[in-house]
Design a binder for this molecule. Sequence first.
Ligand SMILES: Cc1cc2nc3c(=O)[nH]c(=O)nc-3n(C[C@H](O)[C@H](O)[C@H](O)COP(=O)(O)OP(=O)(O)OC[C@H]3O[C@@H](n4cnc5c(N)ncnc54)[C@H](O)[C@@H]3O)c2cc1C
Ligand code: FES
Ligand code: FES
Length: 492
Amino acid sequence: MTNTHILVHTFDYLEPTSLQEAISLLAEYGDQARVLSGGTDLIVQMKMERLAPRYLVSLRRVPGLAGIEVSEEGVQIGARTSIRAIRRDPQIRALYPALAEACASFSTTQVQVMGTVGGNLCNGSPASDTAPPLIAFDAEVVIAGPSGERRLPLESFFLGPGKTVLRPGELLTAVVLPRPRPNTGSVFYKVSRVAADLAKVNGAVVLVRDGDRVADARLVFGSVAPTPFRARKAEAVLVGQVFSDDLVAEAAQVASEEVSPIDDVRSTAWYRREVVRVLTIDGLNEAWRRAGEQGGSEEAGRQGAGSREQGAGSREQGAGSREQGAGSKEQGRRVAADDRCEITLKVNGETHRLWVAPNELLLNVLRERLHLTGSKYGCGIGECGACTVMIDGKLALSCLVLAVSADGSEVLTVEGLAQPDGQLDPLQEAFIEHGAFQCGFCTPGMLITAKSLLKEVPKPTEQDVRDYLKGNLCRCTGYASIVRAVLDCAAK
Ligand SMILES: Cc1cc2nc3c(=O)[nH]c(=O)nc-3n(C[C@H](O)[C@H](O)[C@H](O)COP(=O)(O)OP(=O)(O)OC[C@H]3O[C@@H](n4cnc5c(N)ncnc54)[C@H](O)[C@@H]3O)c2cc1C
Ligand code: FES
Ligand code: FES
């Protein structure tokens, strides 16, 4: 039986410090090697014994792969940019609302912080949340490999479930989006079983308005075909026509007929077709309204500049550029599967030097080597949040982090929340006051996530708290008292 507590599979861990070095390693090891970015998919697949690469090539110290650059032509998003950074970036929110909405709908806060756009696309999943809006905005991907760099439309990047056009030795370095034309409106919708889940169906609508006519339209759906699917027949129904309820209904019918969904664990083909029809109607109406409201993308850009989350967005970009500087002068690392390497971790203010194997997980190192048993093993595959810690001030699911990848980092666990004299953190006090736990199993992860929330959003609404904590599951308390405790702490 699969044991997700540990990573059974062994592999050589390679940490190049330049793009060239990463490419030569990937070229040398071909399909025996895998790129490791945020690890939210790859480590899960390896734990579930669905993938067993002999070499992991971590992009952690490769410079220049993270960050969002806006220019007159559009936006370039580095492949290692986190889903969370894209969601919070004010320019993305203003110019490409459907992309920001897709990132907001994406799983849990922890997975958004760890997961990257490059990993999301290279997964080749038909259910990817970023692919539909990116294709709808005519994104191109930048691919680097042994014979140089090539660019191609994202639409032609996907070949089938889990398959992309990437050749051995190649990796994705960036996604480039052209600036939307004036009077563009866009929207993203997703229907899933629960809030933090892959889509039963998702879809992005991007529409350009010219008076009462549709000047251009893109309809792209996920989870309804072997690859993210552009509904070209439905688009053709719309372009050049006067916008009306009848036109919308016709396009929706055509879209629902041209997709080719299947029955699987998440949904049925019949239901997916119905959802495509309804999402098309809702999406077209909303995108049309937004196109009229915004008066063009330049105006939207100015609106976004004043948005509430602006500061936070730029801070995440800053983290990306710090990473870029870090890699340049250092030596690449290579640890053989049967070897150990020395890492340094500063955990709750105390520095530890440890020898770890490539497949040792941070959660197990914290619990079993450092005897910090606050962080819990719940699911082992990124779904429960019980193992949540902070690494260099950012949330991380320690069950999906290789200890070797955390070398040189500062880690905060629940044991580090109280003062050295035992004075509890105000959040801990609030949890006690409001009876926000019963068995306490989820509480350490819950507290760390809540701490991160209050750092990002000091005065959250109830909805902010519920959304931020949705990746921390509690089996016995119920969430009302936990939400009350966080709100009360924020108020005080
Ligand atoms: C609990 C949970 C919930 C999830 N929910 C969602 C969801 O709602 N929506 C969604 O779309 N996804 C979801 N995912 C899937 C996953 O989190 C995303 O696909 C994420 O964006 C992957 O990014 P990563 O950086 O973690 O990729 P990794 O796991 O590091 O890599 C994923 C794959 O891409 C390859 N790769 C990564 N970067 C590159 C690169 N630059 N060049 C070439 N190859 C590369 C890796 O080799 C690997 O095969 C979920 C995952 C978990 C565990
Ligand atoms: S144990 Fe890490 S998310 Fe469940
Ligand atoms: S308090 Fe028991 S799982 Fe949350």
